[in-house]
Ligand binder design. Structure first.
Ligand SMILES: O=C(O)CCC(=O)c1ccccc1C(=O)O
Ligand SMILES: [Mg+2]
Length: 366
């Protein structure tokens, strides 16, 4: 299949409530949508797909740059893609994979590999993972009632929730957790400390919790080298998340390491993800595909990818509730932004003479 046209758009979506990015908060999300058309032969039926490319970087509500997630900026990715589009036009779709492997930007590598997978129809046949793990965190302006209501409203098909910790005081967070367990004693918890505790604080906190209700705690310690000692002291399994964003991260098995939280937008190509998942699972480490706060388009693709790459796990994709509109793919919201409503930032189409050249070249090959 040959790439016949490529269109790049930008989106900016306001959020109804602040979303946590580690310890920071954002009130909008911006990113790119790349649309591509490909056909087997000129004049043939063509396939048209869109992917979201949205590095998790930018400015938080306090005008601070947020740290610890994507290293590349949206502007860098947009520039790289604008230069890339004319090179991609007229090429075989497998070229997308070459560029994905070469790109220094994980978000771009992921987006190009996903575009390839979608053009190949690899996401079509699969039923997306619809179960998700509700995310409970402390919006600075919301009280305890909001959490109580959210927990009370959870269906009985929900078996795990994810709770952000190391954000306020240990007392308040313990009371939140015990409140959840009082309402739903059957729930298992995935805690996420986002490296917010010292070793001593992490141990003190974990010591106050019933171990058998905790699936794992993500990144318990400020210094991840302390995670092992945390585990040895308290026996609470932990997961890695931010650690995977280090460009030099290599999987290493360690006592107590139970899960990797895999955010494709931060890590790179689908091939790279699949290799990491294979390695981790061969050590019995679970892999949980998780959101990087993508729009409904990106989340829908992650739900499909999770069904393919980690069919036995429920992904962490409960981040759409803060968005007040859907983008290109409906998640059931009242407001919907279509591609036509986005601002185009770069376009490339091979014209019909190029197309017939290509057609001729292809016929000669055969
Ligand atoms: O993992 C999830 O369930 C939701 C996604 C999430 O928590 C998250 C989203 C963006 C950036 C960081 C994080 C995080 O895991 O800390
Ligand atoms: Mg995390």
């Amino acid at each position: 299949m040959i790439l016949t046209s490529l269109n790049l758009y930008q989106y900016r979506l306001p959020l109804d409530v602040l979303l946590p990015v580690g310890k920071q908060r954002i009130d909008h999300r911006a990113g790119l949508v790349l649309q591509a058309c490909a056909s087997a032969n000129v004049g043939d039926e063509y396939k048209q797909v869109e992917v979201e490319i949205a590095p998790l970087s930018g400015i938080d509500v306090d005008e601070q740059v947020f740290v610890g997630f994507s290293r590349e900026t949206l502007a860098q990715v947009q520039t790289a893609l604008t230069e890339l589009l004319p090179q991609l036009g007229g090429q075989h779709i497998d070229t997308l994979l070459d560029y994905a492997e070469q790109s220094p930007y994980p978000s771009l590598a992921f987006g190009l590999s996903l575009l390839h997978a979608k053009l190949m129809g690899k996401l079509d046949a699969i039923r997306p993972q619809t179960a998700t793990v509700p995310l409970i965190y402390h919006p600075s302006d919301a009280g305890k009632d909001l959490h109580d209501n959210k927990i009370a409203a959870l269906g009985m098909h929900v078996h795990s929730v994810k709770v952000k910790v190391a954000q306020t005081s240990i007392e308040d967070e313990l009371s939140l957790i015990y409140g959840i367990l009082r309402t739903r004693p059957d729930l298992k918890l995935r805690l996420d400390a986002n490296r917010g505790f010292t070793l001593e604080q992490a141990i003190e906190f974990a010591a106050c919790l019933p171990l058998d209700t905790i699936e794992y705690i993500e990144e318990p310690c400020q210094n991840p080298q302390d995670n092992l000692e945390f585990y040895q002291a308290i026996g609470m399994p932990y997961a890695l998340d931010e650690s995977l964003n280090d460009p030099d991260y290599q999987f290493a098995m360690q006592n107590g390491l139970t899960a990797l939280v895999i955010k494709p937008m931060l890590l790179g190509s689908i091939e790279k993800l699949a290799n990491l998942i294979d390695t981790a699972q061969s050590y019995g480490v679970r892999c949980i595909i998780s959101s990087s706060l993508e729009s409904s388009l990106g989340i829908s693709d992650l739900a499909h990818l999770a069904a393919i790459l980690t069919p036995d796990e429920i992904p962490g994709l409960d981040t759409l509730s803060a968005f007040n509109q859907d983008l290109i793919v409906s998640s059931g919201k009242k407001h919907f932004l279509s591609l036509a409503q986005l601002e185009p930032v770069a376009q490339h189409a091979i014209d019909s003479t190029q197309q017939s050249d290509l057609g001729a070249a292809k016929r000669e090959e055969n």
